[in-house]
Design a protein around this ligand. Structure first.
Ligand code: HEM
Length: 224
């Protein structure tokens, strides 16, 4: 019994650790995306720089492949830990509630599973869209700026809508995820919990706004 408890703590640490890595990626990616406001040359240059990062130690696109491997391992470990923890929570309550209580934590906490699924579907679409270019009207790897501008053209409003929904889902997922990670790793007092809640909300709002301003800038013609 004791052993099982300890490993649940380890799984929560794994969720927190992999979650932090994913959040760091999200902030770095957001900062890169904001370069679109500097102009076409700066944004395309940034895209090319990403491919040559670490040269000559790393081969061309070496850094990107390291990042892809790291992100894939982190996502898989994050999902695996979530599934095992959810099963344990269910096993601890063999008789399911006849009527689910209406209030069970915040909206963000209740949508973690479906939020995660939407994010995963979005990432698959996003890679086909802006990395391989398979579903992008331009789809030219040498010109990421042109790909982004074509992507969020007013006529493709449904693509922008999907991005907006996915990014808002990411915001909710992060709000609860960052809060849980800070609670697992930090001070477990009412004051620590309040602080964790405030930090999680602030980081999620910055991230959602930072991502959303790119499609909206294209949609309104600010970036063209
Ligand atoms: C409006 C929001 C976003 C824009 C404009 C955007 C833009 C881009 C662009 C242009 C690329 C290709 C970079 C290149 O190869 O030169 C890319 C790749 C990528 N983006 Fe995004 N992105 C957005 C949101 C997101 C979000 C929310 C996530 C994660 C949930 C994400 C995850 C990725 C990943 C994993 C890659 C692949 C990197 C690689 O090639 O290995 N992006 N994004």
């Amino acid at each position: 019994m004791r052993k099982k408890k300890a490993s649940s703590v380890a799984l929560k640490m794994l969720m927190a650790g992999t979650g932090i890595l994913l959040v760091l990626f999200l902030f770095a990616h957001m900062a890169g995306n904001l370069k679109i406001f500097v102009g076409q040359a700066a944004f395309d240059h940034y895209g090319h720089w990403l491919r040559d990062l670490g040269a000559p130690l790393l081969p061309h696109t070496g850094f990107l492949w390291l990042q892809r491997t790291g992100l894939t391992v982190a996502v898989l470990a994050h999902i695996l830990a979530a599934v095992v923890l959810a099963r344990r929570a269910r096993a601890a309550r063999p008789v399911r509630y006849a009527h689910r209580p209406k209030v069970q934590g915040s909206y963000a906490a209740r949508t973690m599973r479906w939020g995660g699924v939407i994010i995963l579907l979005f990432v698959v679409f996003h890679i086909l869209d802006l990395t391989t270019g398979a579903v992008n009207p331009v789809g030219d790897k040498q010109h990421p700026y042109a790909n982004v501008v074509a992507d969020f053209a007013p006529s493709r409003w449904y693509v922008t809508l999907f991005y907006v929904l996915a990014i808002v889902a990411i915001g909710f997922h992060l709000r609860h995820g960052i809060f849980s990670a800070l609670r697992s790793l930090g001070q477990q007092t009412p004051h620590g919990e309040r602080r964790a809640r405030a930090v999680a909300l602030a980081l999620s709002v910055v991230l959602v706004a930072g991502y959303l301003c790119v499609p909206f800038a294209v949609l309104t013609g600010l970036v063209k």
